[in-house]
Ligand binder design. Structure first.
Ligand code: FE
Length: 218
């Protein structure tokens, strides 16, 4: 965790000197929300955009961007070992093979195995791979989750209904403006019986954050 905390501090310091593409100010969801609302009413007032256009963009972000993109990436990794290797080595490059934009975010993908479990947090604010998972859930942004999942990950996961055996190692990954983590879950037991489209539907946002497991109930 120390390394990532250091990342945050570096970013904060840099922000004083120049515009950082992923400053934490811009990442604060509440701040972003109020700024977005202000911008929206201004644009509507000036007649630059219509409410229909705004609704369309919101719909795109909520329904189509995420977490569908992440689910497609996960599903391909399950069926294509070479892609999985590329994904775990250099996620940005591997995800660029898809037809959606990852933007300027740097993403790193960590793989669950039967004996290891990964869970993602942003301890400082709410850094999140938006291009893959869409909008972050409210609990992800809560101070309770952000502080507790680091200190007592098993207890927090248990509250999500995920009770891990004591022999499963838990790794907590602290996302930052520099790198945003996504979990590659274990496939469900019946992976071989399902078509790709069906598999995509089975990959949940929570599994890609790491508060749920799809395969081997532990
Ligand atoms: Fe953050």
């Amino acid at each position: 965790m120390n390394e990532n905390e250091a990342d945050h501090e570096t970013t904060e310091r840099e922000d004083h000197d120049h515009e950082h593409p992923h400053s934490h100010e811009a990442d604060d969801p509440d701040d972003l929300k109020s700024r977005t609302r202000a911008l929206q009413s201004l644009l509507l007032e000036k007649g630059v955009i219509s409410t229909e256009a705004v609704d369309e963009v919101l719909h795109l972000f909520e329904e189509e961007v995420g977490p569908m993109n992440g689910a497609r990436v996960v599903t391909r990794a399950w069926s294509d070992p070479a892609f999985k290797e590329r994904l775990l080595t250099d996620a940005d490059a591997a995800i660029a093979e898809f037809d959606f934009e990852i933007g300027q975010q740097h993403v790193s993908v960590v793989e669950n195995t039967p004996s290891t479990h990964n869970v993602v947090v942003c301890t400082l604010c709410s850094c999140y791979p938006w291009s893959l998972l869409g909008l972050p859930p409210t609990w992800y942004k809560s101070p309770q989750y952000r502080s507790r999942v680091v200190r007592e990950p098993r207890a927090v996961l248990s509250e999500f209904g995920l009770d891990l055996d004591s022999d499963v190692d838990v790794s907590v990954w602290d996302s930052s403006s520099e790198v945003r983590y996504m979990v590659l879950p274990q496939p469900p037991e019946d992976v071989d019986d399902l078509e790709e489209d069906e598999l995509v539907q089975r990959v949940t946002r929570d599994a890609m954050i790491g508060v749920e497991r799809l395969g081997d109930d532990r």
